[in-house]
Design a protein around this ligand. Structure first.
Ligand SMILES: *[C@@H]1O[C@H](CO)[C@@H](O)[C@H](O)[C@H]1NC(C)=O
Ligand SMILES: *[C@@H]1O[C@H](CO)[C@@H](O)[C@H](O)[C@H]1NC(C)=O
Ligand SMILES: *[C@@H]1O[C@H](CO)[C@@H](O)[C@H](O)[C@H]1NC(C)=O
Ligand SMILES: [Zn+2]
Ligand SMILES: [Zn+2]
Length: 472
């Protein structure tokens, strides 16, 4: 997840430090947003990941019960939980997560992470297709026939130097799993293990999606282009959250995370000496008027009950105090929770800038960085899929361990899946005051309570297995 503004819920922002004006070329834009991952060509030979040495003592089928779970019961939830909570399962999930944590890889560079996942899938005899979107994997468990339901984990790390001192601290300078995607991968591998054990009970096919590049580059979109959602009728994904106690699940129906986009406008006039303005066409005045008018979009054109924001964060006309410049470059970001409002903002920002510029005889061009994949639509939960997650969570963990959460201004590329099929995105808590796992994602102090891993795996597995029974 991208934690993009402090807004109401999050304090950290990677973006306010970034001045678009400092990064005029659009190829540098990503570098500015997500720090510099192009000049960090570490030799990876020493950090090859291999599966941890544990997997010997798992049952190959769920012999603990004669339950068929054609109709889901409390006993079925308990059977899944007891698989997840076995001591060797918990130890293995921790080991997998720590291996990934020690060797973080950035967007589309998840080579060793992807290899580790495939080796684990091989050990479990889970079939998969590889590669999708460079490093992505599409595994499957079940009958091989319909219905198909997908569960997704993202694999990429962030260009952040880990500041947590612990045994499994990142070994790669300047890179860290500071958003918990290492935990998401471990949970999905754990779910694969549980589902493989229960494969004879599955009433259809579970698709496991291991996705690159959530933080940068629209990995989800690329996965879809490579067929990740073929035949899939619903999809679910989890994100760890420092706001909820360990293993508490939270979600909400409808809009959950904002759509997020960036814009940069070049407003062009005609250079001239400042003492004789009538010989020039002043882009500073035009750009200033555009900034003021942009603030009228949300305040005058949007429904106040439909949260939206436009922030101009950068304004640059050079530094010559005696000259009116040729051009001014300004830029910023916009957010909205409904698809319609999001695309309306996108359209109106360009109109307002271009037309305000023309009032002052200037021209303007607006760039939304579509080619650099920085447009993320809102993540909107389907009501029925949300209800499914809620029901599964409560049956698995009890009423007290499920919460309805408020929408947040961060963005997630899970939204690309949620645009095309019914989906639900949910959080699972990792907050433990004793351990100190209280820092927000994208903080160098971010850490998780690893006790979440078996529960996260059980939740993924049950959401998928029950979907096949109850919605298939
Ligand atoms: C893996 O575990 C087995 C059994 O505990 C042990 O005999 C073997 O040496 C281990 N292999 C590695 C590479 O640690
Ligand atoms: C969101 O809006 C865009 C632009 O109008 C449209 O192309 C897309 O299909 C919409 N998505 C949904 C889920 O309505
Ligand atoms: C927090 O972590 C400690 C140490 O692992 C554990 O003993 C405790 O039960 C955890 N607390 C919660 C609320 O999970
Ligand atoms: Zn994330
Ligand atoms: Zn993130």
């Amino acid at each position: 997840m991208k934690i993009l503004t402090s807004a109401i819920f999050f304090l950290l922002t990677v973006l306010t430090a970034v001045s678009l004006a400092d990064e005029i070329s659009s190829s540098a834009f990503h570098g500015a947003l997500f720090a510099d991952h192009t000049c960090n060509n570490q030799d990876k030979k020493d950090s090859l990941l291999s599966p941890p040495n544990t997997t010997t003592s798992f049952p190959t089928s769920d012999s603990s019960s004669g339950l068929d779970c054609d109709v889901w019961s409390k006993a079925c939830s308990e059977a899944v939980l007891s698989l997840a909570r076995r001591a060797e399962m918990a130890a293995w999930l921790k080991a997998v997560r720590r291996k990934i944590h020690e060797n973080p890889e950035l967007a589309f560079e998840e080579i060793e992470t992807s290899r580790l996942i495939r080796e684990e899938l091989d050990l479990m005899e889970v079939s998969y297709r590889y590669p999708l979107a460079k490093t992505g994997i599409r595994g499957w468990i079940g009958t091989g026939g319909p219905p198909f339901v997908a569960i997704r984990a993202d694999m990429d790390a962030l260009p952040i130097q880990e500041a947590v001192e612990w045994e499994y601290k990142s070994k790669v300078a300047g890179k860290m799993h500071a958003c918990g995607h290492d935990a998401h991968v471990a949970m999905l591998i754990g779910a694969a293990k549980i589902l493989k054990t229960r494969e004879h009970l599955l009433k259809g096919t579970v698709i496991l999606l291991f996705q690159p590049a959530e933080e940068a580059g629209n990995g989800a979109k690329r996965m879809m282009q490579d067929g990740a959602l073929e035949d899939v009728e619903a999809i679910f994904a989890v994100h760890v959250s420092h706001q909820h106690s360990t293993s508490v699940i939270g979600s909400r129906p409808g809009p959950l995370l904002a759509g997020c986009g960036f814009f940069r406008a070049v407003i062009s006039g005609k250079k001239g000496t400042a003492g004789n303005p009538h010989h020039s066409v002043d882009p500073i005045l035009a750009a200033s008027a555009a900034v003021i008018s942009l603030q009228g979009i949300v305040s005058r054109e949007s429904n106040p009950l439909d949260s939206q924001v436009i922030s101009v964060t950068s304004f640059n006309g050079g530094d010559n105090l005696d000259m009116i410049p040729d051009t001014v470059v300004l830029g910023g970001t916009f957010r909205a929770f409904s698809n319609t409002s999001f695309y309306q903002l996108l359209e109106r920002i360009e109109q307002v800038i271009v037309e305000q510029a023309s009032v002052f005889r200037c021209t303007a061009e607006v760039d939304y960085f579509e080619k650099e994949y920085t447009i993320y639509p809102p993540t909107v939960n389907d009501d029925r899929m949300y209800e499914h997650v809620k029901k599964v969570s409560i049956d698995l963990l009890g009423e007290k361990n499920f919460m309805v959460v408020p929408p947040m201004m961060g963005a997630e590329d899970f939204s690309f899946y949620s645009q095309v099929i019914p989906s639900a995105f949910y959080y699972i808590g990792i907050r433990n005051e004793t351990l100190g796992s209280t820092h927000t994602g994208h903080s160098p102090y971010f850490m998780i309570d690893e006790d979440v891993l078996p529960i996260g795996a059980a939740a993924y597995a049950t959401i998928a297995e029950r979907y096949l029974i109850e919605y298939g």
